[in-house]
Design a protein around this ligand. Structure first.
Ligand code: ACO
Length: 336
């Protein structure tokens, strides 16, 4: 990058969680499971559920408004909106287009990025590239998903895991030193996909492979299918790999990291990641007990909670990492 190219700084964070809480006890009444099993195997105690009529774009716009408020930026001043989601309101138009309209963000371009639970890190990196090249100065990056609408609530292997929500950051251009070194904002990102592992986690119906029909509904093809143990194994390995890759690109090690903000999929995955990164457990930000796995929204919700609680402060170094369907995984190192 030429030295004049700015870095991308997080100017504000925001989140939205639907008010409806579904506890493990509530799920006990739906499938054969127990609060004890769910807490021991996942660390999840409750999750939020978007009610009928509440869409991904509703949540995304609400989270985005919080981030814009904190940043002191008007929606009309945005240059780009990037929405990470795999559950847009409808197949067409993009979820981002609907969010753009709801925010009243003028005519700025709005695009979706679909990398499932890894989506936010991918979207953050896309937003960052536009700022680094000098094309845009102010970019809204949102992660939002309503996966509970795509869960088979009779399948105990998946229905206990997911929750709904949205999180957002506003990125702004920050001048870099004359030597071009990036010392503020997004310091590095690392993205990977292994499409040969797509069958480990997917929704078979509703796309061009199996367009929606009475038969696809009868066969329950619109619900998530998952090989939990395979995903678990790849998550541990690749959340660590993604963190190390992004840190390596930033020329840093875990020694300079204040906080690990990893995708909230399973507390046991997070514990393994902490162990392998040799990080003290209290450096691992965690809210999985209260929100479950919110897919693309997971990292920005956790980041916003941590910023507003005063845990993550200006100047702190945060390493983010996420893995999801694809499978795709990514890491980012950010100085707040
Ligand atoms: N309640 C009670 N028993 C259950 C439940 C449940 N909700 N779910 C599964 N079981 C049973 C199984 O049927 C099995 O019983 P069996 O031995 O009689 O066949 C037993 O518990 C053990 O099942 P496993 O699948 O081996 O359980 P495991 O310890 O692997 O935990 C889990 C399952 C929680 C899904 C885990 O594999 C996991 O978290 N994997 C990661 C998946 C994930 O996070 N996906 C989200 C999207 S991708 C991402 O975000 C990274």
């Amino acid at each position: 990058m030429p030295s004049s190219m700015p870095s991308a700084r997080i100017l504000g964070t925001g989140r939205f969680l639907p008010p409806d809480v579904r506890t493990n006890r509530d799920i006990e009444r739906m499938v054969e499971t127990s609060d004890t099993w769910i807490v021991e195997r996942t660390g999840i105690r409750e999750r939020r559920i978007a009610p009928d009529g509440m869409t991904t774009s509703d949540m995304a716009a609400a989270g985005a408004r919080e981030a814009l408020d904190m940043a002191g930026i008007r929606a009309a001043d945005l240059d780009l909106i990037v929405l990470a989601t795999v559950t847009p309101d409808m197949p067409m138009p993009s979820g981002a287009a609907i969010v753009q309209g709801k925010l009243g963000a003028g005519h700025c371009p709005a695009i979706d990025v679909g990398a499932a639970c890894a989506g936010f890190v991918f979207a953050l990196s896309v937003g960052e590239q536009f700022i680094r090249t000098g094309k845009y100065r102010t970019v809204l990056v949102v992660g939002a998903d309503t996966l509970t609408k795509f869960i088979d609530w009779t399948d105990r292997k998946t229905c206990v895991l997911f929750g709904d929500g949205a999180g957002a950051v506003v990125l702004g251009a920050e001048a870099v030193a004359s030597d071009g070194a990036v010392t503020q904002g997004i310091l590095a990102t690392s993205l990977s996909t292994d499409g040969t592992l797509a069958p480990a986690l997917y929704i078979p119906g509703g796309g061009s492979a199996r367009p929606p029909s009475a038969a696809t509904v009868d066969e329950r093809l619109h619900f998530i299918r998952m090989n939990g143990q395979e995903i678990f194994k790849h998550a541990v390995k690749n959340l660590v790999a993604a963190s190390r890759a992004a840190l390596g690109e930033a020329g840093m090690t875990m020694a300079s990291v204040d906080w690990v903000c990893a995708h909230q999929a399973n507390k046991r995955i997070l514990d393994q990641v902490a162990l392998r990164l040799e990080t003290a457990p209290d450096r691992m930000l965690c809210n999985i007990d209260r929100v479950g796995n919110t897919s693309s929204a997971s990292i920005p919700i956790l980041l916003d909670e941590s910023v507003r609680a005063g845990t993550v402060r200006t100047g702190d170094v945060v390493v983010m990492s996420a893995l999801g369907a694809g499978i795709s995984w990514g890491g980012a190192v950010v100085r707040m």
